[in-house]
Design a protein around this ligand. Structure first.
Ligand SMILES: [Zn+2]
Length: 289
């Protein structure tokens, strides 16, 4: 499942390739699962819009769109409820893509074969196509008229005081609190384990029992881990959103995640794995207290 650094990398790659392009038409497949807004509303929101910018919010890819509402089509319910629009005022909207487990966004030449499990194809003014492919259909597509807010605080923007306030009274294990998307958004299982290792905190420690100083250290670790992973991901942008869709991530060296039974890179103690709230957690019993 793509985590925050992968989604950031994909969003940057899409931004580099698509900013300034315009969606001319949209084809949406018959599968309903990935659609969190009605198909007709997704199509009418995207069609005719210019892609101003593509960015990340939590683990969502956000397309900022701008352009005239299509007068020829029936107005969507959202548009009908809003202010009457004149031709002079450009309509803004957002298209939100969550990749789920297996979702991919491909920028393709129109002649490229359409992969199995393609659920949406946006034809662009540049004559390229943007395709959404998702075999397992845990991905989600939706459109929003206003600014989309996935909830929680961005881990790369969170201040020290904010971070401490989010966690210091939580009675849950710190690992569960880190994964709680209502607190920090976008921190997933791998990076939570890696951050806790760097901060020297065991995953099962109750958040409320962790001193402010250690919470500050954890905040620094979370940001460091995510930034390193983003920096590494940056070298593989072209692979990921390219026509072949090869995943080029995970060059990030895990120090604990997935290393059960292997020696700790710091002290050689065997890395342990426990299951916490249904998720695997990896830690060094010597380095983490
Ligand atoms: Zn160790």
């Amino acid at each position: 499942m793509p985590e925050l650094p992968e989604v950031e990398t994909i969003a940057r790659g899409l931004d580099q390739r698509l900013a300034g392009d315009t969606v001319e038409s949209v084809w949406i497949g018959s599968k309903k699962q990935p659609l969190k807004s009605p198909a007709g509303m997704i199509a009418s929101t995207l069609e005719g819009k210019r892609i101003v910018r593509v960015h990340r919010a939590g683990k969502h890819i956000v397309f900022d769109l701008e352009g005239e509402a299509r007068a020829s089509q029936t107005r969507s319910k959202t548009a009908a409820r809003g202010q009457p629009r004149t031709a002079a005022s450009p309509q803004t909207a957002q298209w939100i893509v969550h990749l789920g487990m297996t979702g991919r966004m491909l920028v393709s030449e129109p002649a490229a074969e359409v992969a199995k499990h393609t659920h949406l194809i946006a034809k662009l003014a540049s004559s390229r196509e943007l395709r959404f492919i998702d075999p397992r259909m845990f991905g989600k597509l939706s459109v929003h008229a206003g600014a989309f807010d996935p909830g929680g605080v961005e881990p790369l923007d969170v201040s020290e005081e904010q971070f401490i306030a989010l966690f210091r009274r939580r009675k849950t294990p710190i690992k569960s609190a880190l994964l709680n998307q209502k607190l920090l958004r976008g921190v997933g299982n791998i990076y939570a384990d890696e951050s806790l290792f760097r901060a020297g905190i065991r995953p099962r420690r109750r958040a409320a029992s962790i001193a402010r100083e250690q919470l500050s250290k954890l905040r620094r670790a979370v940001r460091e881990v995510l930034r390193e992973a983003i920096a590494l991901g940056g070298s593989s942008i072209s692979d990921y959103v390219g026509a072949d869709g090869e995943e080029g991530f995970f060059q990030f060296q895990h120090r604990v995640y997935g290393r059960e039974g292997e020696p700790c890179l710091v002290c050689k103690t065997r890395i342990r794995r426990i299951v916490l709230a249904g998720r695997s957690s990896h830690y060094c019993s010597n380095c983490q207290k």
